[in-house]
Design a protein around this ligand. Structure first.
Ligand code: NDP
Length: 246
């Protein structure tokens, strides 16, 4: 029996990078998966096709994480399509790497809107539909715990907020058997943080394993947290960073 058979999952930002790997992995584990994306409809439909080819069920929904009504509608569409909601993965996020003194207020607002306001809004809307015994899984960041390089000040601050949001929310949802956890990736090779180029060199060097991670290595942790085996883990920050924060 598949670990997530009969379960329904919504992943925000599931068309590329870490979110796409999570979407594919949870579908492979037997869940019906809905995911949102902001702009790239062709990347989203490629993820749906890949899952369907593998015998899984998936739908893609255009919903910018900064648009609360669109996110609420995505949750309702997931519920209407699959009849329930068991797992929310708050993955959509962004960074605008540059020195803090050069960062504009508009750029800070953008990072805050997606990385923290969007996470609050999606979680609040999902809670109306989430089954008792469900899972809320954040994709925070290892830099939410330890600032390993300059250039990520607003980003690191939002990811630290995600960490404390996770811990505080776990205290409110335990009575429903809902667990709330935060997976904190280190450097993972995606469009947001490619493993090649100048910016990658210090990040790679900062890890104990001397390499970037793959999106599938984050999806593996998310799959475990989503599974019945992780039933006693809540309020936890689970760092998957090749030893960067060791
Ligand atoms: P990518 O930029 O590679 O992919 C982002 C995904 O999110 C895409 O599917 C994109 O869809 C979607 N997305 C972007 N903006 C929005 C938005 N406003 N609303 C809804 N969807 C959106 O990012 P990663 O896969 O690298 O990052 C995913 C998460 O992991 C983020 O929260 C990030 O902070 C975190 N993380 C990443 C690390 C890394 O090294 N890569 C390290 C630590 C944490 P579309 O193409 O349509 O815009």
């Amino acid at each position: 029996m598949s670990k997530l058979a009969q379960k329904v999952v919504l992943v925000t930002g599931g068309s590329r990078g870490i979110g796409a790997a999570i979407t594919k992995r949870l579908a492979a584990d037997g869940a019906s998966v809905a995911f949102t994306y902001a702009k790239d409809a062709s990347a989203a439909s490629a993820v749906v096709k890949a899952i369907e080819l593998n015998g899984g069920k998936a739908i893609a929904i255009q919903a910018d994480a900064t648009d609360v009504e669109a996110v609420e509608a995505a949750i309702e569409k997931t519920f209407a399509t699959f009849g329930r909601l068991d797992v929310l993965v708050n993955n959509a996020g962004t960074a605008i790497p540059k020195p803090f003194e050069d960062t504009t207020l508009e750029e800070m607002d953008r990072v805050i809107d997606i990385n923290i306001r969007g996470v609050f809004a999606a979680t609040k809307a999902a809670l109306k539909r989430l089954s008792d015994g469900g899972r809320i899984i954040m994709i925070g960041s290892a830099v939410g715990e330890r600032a390993i390089a300059p250039g990520l000040v607003p980003y690191a601050a939002t990811k630290a907020a995600v960490r404390m949001f996770t811990q505080a929310l776990s205290r409110e949802l335990g009575s429903r058997g809902i667990t709330v956890n935060n997976v904190q990736p280190g450097p993972i090779d995606t469009d947001l943080n490619p493993a090649s180029g100048d910016w990658a060199v210090p990040q790679k060097a900062a890890t104990a394993l001397g390499r970037y991670g793959r999106p599938e290595e984050i999806a593996a942790m998310v799959a475990f947290i989503a599974s019945p085996e992780a039933s006693y883990i809540t309020g936890a920050n689970l760092t998957v960073d090749g030893g960067m924060n060791a």
